[in-house]
Design a protein around this ligand. Structure first.
Ligand code: SF4
Length: 285
């Protein structure tokens, strides 16, 4: 059996930076908290727990005057203020690409834009980003949300609209949604499309398409709650019906000897060990 491993499989630069800095930080400091999962991967989070980082869901669980890491996805604006008031020292490991979006939206708000964020409403990155967007903003998750968004734009009285994306959103769907919105808003509006999908995500999705087209089966390794991993699964599954999504090798129990060519891809927060374990498993066939 031939195994085709994606060149882009595994940690992106942002995740690598956050995980390595968190590992060092817990070595240098006694009591360290992390607000939410640093990255969307259970194996990575468990390893950091073993090293001593305490993971909490809310800043209320962090004692005053201690240290708290901000996850790679970023957090909402109020967290920075609350931490300051309670003398909690924040170690901000938000990916620089997400921080850039926070800065950009603040500039757009100051420049009187209505902000449309094409994104998954409940994703931590989106909860963070939308908190910087002010009242005149809207999250479009699917094509069905466009009508409600346009009604809100009209009510706001704003004439300048900017459309941005969650860093791990689907490139194809972002293009479809943003172009549809631009066409629906008449000439009275100035519509700016700012594709903020991370290039690491775009390149990986592109590679996923190429691999899924030429193999008999695809294994995608990544957290079930990881947005970019879910996108990889959807892309692959559209092109190759034998697509498997697993967090670890333990979930693989199929007989892969029935396939001649198997593709392997992993999300941006999947550690190398998880990928190596799958490759070792496939080599048995
Ligand atoms: S996928 Fe992109 S935006 Fe997300 S953590 Fe990685 S580098 Fe940053």
């Amino acid at each position: 059996m031939e195994i085709i491993l994606g060149k882009t499989a595994g940690f992106c630069g942002g995740v690598l930076n956050s995980v390595s800095k968190a590992e060092q930080y817990v070595l240098d400091n006694k009591e360290v908290y992390c607000l939410g999962e640093l990255v969307h991967n259970k194996q990575v989070v468990d390893k950091l727990k073993d090293k001593g980082i305490k993971f909490v869901e809310s800043l209320d669980e962090v004692p005053n005057e201690t240290k708290c890491i901000i996850r790679a996805h970023g957090v909402s604006k109020d967290i920075y203020q609350d931490a300051k008031e309670r003398n909690i020292e924040l170690y901000d490991l938000t990916c620089p690409k997400v921080l850039k979006i926070h800065n950009d939206v603040v500039n757009y708000v100051n420049d009187d834009y209505f902000i449309v964020l094409v994104a998954h409403k409940n994703h931590p990155e989106v909860i963070g980003t939308i908190s910087f967007c002010g009242e005149d903003s809207f999250i479009v998750q699917t094509l069905e949300d466009i009508e409600e968004c346009i009604n809100k734009i009209k009510k706001s009285g704003k004439k300048k609209i900017v459309i941005l994306a969650q860093t791990t959103y689907s490139t194809d769907l972002f293009a479809e949604i943003s172009n549809k919105m631009k066409n629906l808003l008449d000439n009275d509006y100035e519509v700016l499309i700012n594709n903020t999908i991370c290039n690491a995500t775009e390149i990986r999705q592109k590679e996923m398409k190429e691999i899924a087209k030429i193999v008999d089966a695809v294994i995608i390794i990544g957290g079930k709650n990881s947005s970019n991993t879910t996108k990889l699964y959807n892309i692959s599954n559209d092109l190759c019906s034998n697509t498997y999504l697993v967090e670890t090798v333990n979930e693989l129990n199929d007989d892969f000897s029935k396939y001649n060519k198997v593709g392997v891809m992993a999300g941006a927060s999947t550690p190398k060990e998880s990928i190596d374990e799958v490759i070792t498993y496939l080599n048995k066939f």
